[in-house]
Design a protein around this ligand. Structure first.
Ligand SMILES: [Zn+2]
Length: 311
């Protein structure tokens, strides 16, 4: 068994977009309940996330954008501000977003310092759609990008890989690191759905893998083995991040891929083999999407079990 941190914060259940929005606080409690039901809670190292500082966010986001969010974030219970058609902030959204990014920073510190082997950040709001200067798709700050930049800046890590298996393309992470050759970004996603745009792949730097609607376990595993794993292995990353979205699960209401919960355990194991070979096993994962509460809970549990080497 490996020592795995679960990084979380009470703020993660306070941010709310609207009453019936799919990116809702219950996503966190569903995963917590499933980890408990599977006997994993007491085996994890629990850490309370800190808040990311403005100075850490502006390494990947435009300072004017970060300042705009800070200035416009609601300050009263009754207040909400609409950012786009499906992204809004309540009074808890800014602190939640800051702890979601801060969780990844804490996870990086603890993995680098070998307090734990790897870590899962069970936080929201998610981050991978937030571009350098745009909040979108339920995301404000790109948590995984904030963490990847931090590990390069603070610890002189020169090759960072980010594996994004959320069913939606990680346009924010792509936008932020498009010209950063120290980062290999791999994103598997359903084609033609939100956000509806992605850059052409660049060997050794950017691997975009659009998948047809209905993609099942067999096809996903084949494509992941052929297109993602060889690129990852050849890149020899010193540190690996997961943008862990579980909305490619077959029951997810926002997309139509047909993965099973076990597939998320399999993906995790494949990437950990590469982390074992090149990255001293250093892996940090952070929650992105996943909107069927049962599917999310079971899939995230398989992911965490694999991080713990219990699968
Ligand atoms: Zn998603």
């Amino acid at each position: 068994m490996s020592k795995t941190a679960l990084v979380h914060h009470p703020n993660s259940v306070m941010h709310k977009i609207s009453e019936y929005h799919p990116e809702r606080p219950e996503r966190i409690t569903a995963v917590e309940d499933s980890l408990a039901a599977n006997g994993l809670t007491d085996l994890l190292v629990h850490q309370q996330a800190r808040q990311a500082a403005r100075s850490e966010l502006v390494q990947v986001h435009k300072p004017e954008y970060v300042d705009w969010i800070f200035e416009h974030a609601p300050t009263a219970e009754s207040e909400t501000i609409q950012i786009d058609g499906d992204t809004a902030m309540n009074v808890y959204s800014l602190p939640s977003a800051l702890t979601a990014s801060g969780a990844v920073l804490d996870a990086v510190d603890n993995v680098i310092n070998q307090d734990v082997e790897n870590a899962f950040c069970l936080v929201r709001p998610p981050g991978h759609h937030a571009e350098r200067a745009i909040a979108m798709g339920f995301c404000f700050f790109d948590n995984v990008a904030v963490g990847a930049q931090y590990v390069m800046d603070k610890y002189d890590i020169e090759r960072v890989a980010i594996v994004d298996f959320d069913v939606h393309h990680g346009n924010g992470t792509e936008d932020i690191f498009l010209n950063e050759k120290r980062v290999l970004f791999c994103s598997t996603f359903q084609e033609y759905i939100f956000p509806g745009k992605y850059a052409p792949s660049q060997p050794g730097h950017l691997v975009n893998v659009p998948l047809p609607s209905g993609t099942d376990s067999g096809l996903y595993r084949q494509v992941f083995s052929e297109k993602v794993l060889p690129e990852l292995d050849a890149f020899k990353p010193e540190f690996i991040f997961f943008s862990a979205g579980f909305d490619a699960h077959k029951n997810d209401p926002l997309a139509s891929l047909n993965l099973e919960a076990e597939d998320f355990g399999w993906i995790t194991e494949q990437v950990m083999e590469i982390a074992d070979a090149h990255a001293q096993s250093r892996v940090v994962s952070t929650l992105e999407g996943g909107y069927d509460l049962d599917g999310l809970a079971q899939s995230a549990t398989q992911h965490v079990k694999s991080l713990m080497r219990l699968n």
